[in-house]
Write a new protein. Sequence first.
Length: 463
Amino acid sequence: MSNPANDNTRDTERRSGRSLIGRGVGNSRTSPHRFANLSLYAFGLSGLWTAVGAGILPFKVLEALELGRIEVLGTELDKNGALGMLSLLGLLVAAGVQLGVGAISDKERRPGGRLPYLLVGGIGVALITVLFGIVATWITLLMAIVAMQLFGNFAQGPANALIVDYVPKNERGAAAVSLNLWRLLGAGSVTVIVLQFMARYDKDEAPEWLWFSLVLVIVVVLLSVFWTVLSIRPKSGLFIPSFRSNNGETQSQPEETLAPTSSRITKRYVAFLIALAFALAAMSAMQIYTLFFLQDVVGLDNPADGADLLVIVLVTSALLTVLPTNYLASRFGRSSLFIVAGICGASGSSMLIFVSSIGSVLLIGVIIGVSVGLFMTLTWAVANDLVRRASAARELGYTSIATFAGTGAARFAGIGIDELNSLSGASENLGYKALLVCVATAFVLSAIILAKVANRGSILAPD
């Protein structure tokens, strides 16, 4: 069945004649602002979350365990459970902040109305990151994570709607490609460097490597946020948000209206959010426990070096997948690509059950990278098409609830991993094997639901 949205995108691409890379970074001739300018903030924020979560927190959790037992609600936690619970409690804050602040930013109709939130949140999360060089106990780590989530999502909630604010409907697929391109570049490049630094880190003999990591993350966040804010700010400059509806000047999108809309979300969007939660659960689980998996299952003495190689493989594979995704979606349909993403994710995670060397992990990482690239780009493109512009940040903020549900389940799974691994007489590393089976199942369920959501005619939401 023909998809009007896809037809429009295909016509735009034929007229522009841009290369795949050109479509990834955007072109000022075909959009009010360059897609790259709208997306560069994601380079820093994605680099922050991934580098801290995968490169720094595991080391800090191990140090906290050396200081004493970690208990939550009377349950003693080992390294996987402590790491997962730490992130889970932070995500609870993230979901509320992103949804609430995003909804507040929807009330501001003046051009650049969301940028002060991005600026304040970006500066705040950069300053809070310094705390990871100071805190030592699990409870102080939790306080630092909560503060980081508070400021980070103060920026992220309103920033979610930038594509809807500035990009015409028929170009949002290309804008989503650009956004996820910069997300992957940020997550990959920053995390690779941080893992190299942390591989040399020792809290007693070489503590400076932790500070090198933190300084890198802080600089990247500030530069990327300032780039987006300064490059797309209105000519009149920034202003203090009014926190109330404004009937004055609005951001111009001639084909869309800003009339008030119902606060209810459609059943189709609910189905999308459920599928997104499954996808995020699968991808997050594989990210969180990488260091411990490489240490316990693969048997690496320095898992940070192995994780570094794996990140390079995953990000490279995902990047090469992201670049042509918009073209392939217009050619074959998003539903078909969701099925491919599900197959790659499920097969890759299943094969990890049988690995015993870093070489096999890296080969499987290529397959998983394809899945990640497709899921990241296609889900955000669908999300931007399903929401209404007048309430874009609030409706996109619901994705934070899906993020909490999905990544929260993945983090809570850390307790199960430790419990299954500790069972006497059980299969070696049973916890990791059970996790990978669940990951494969989540990839399949997500792909099936998303394929149905994307296949139901035009996916453009009425404004």
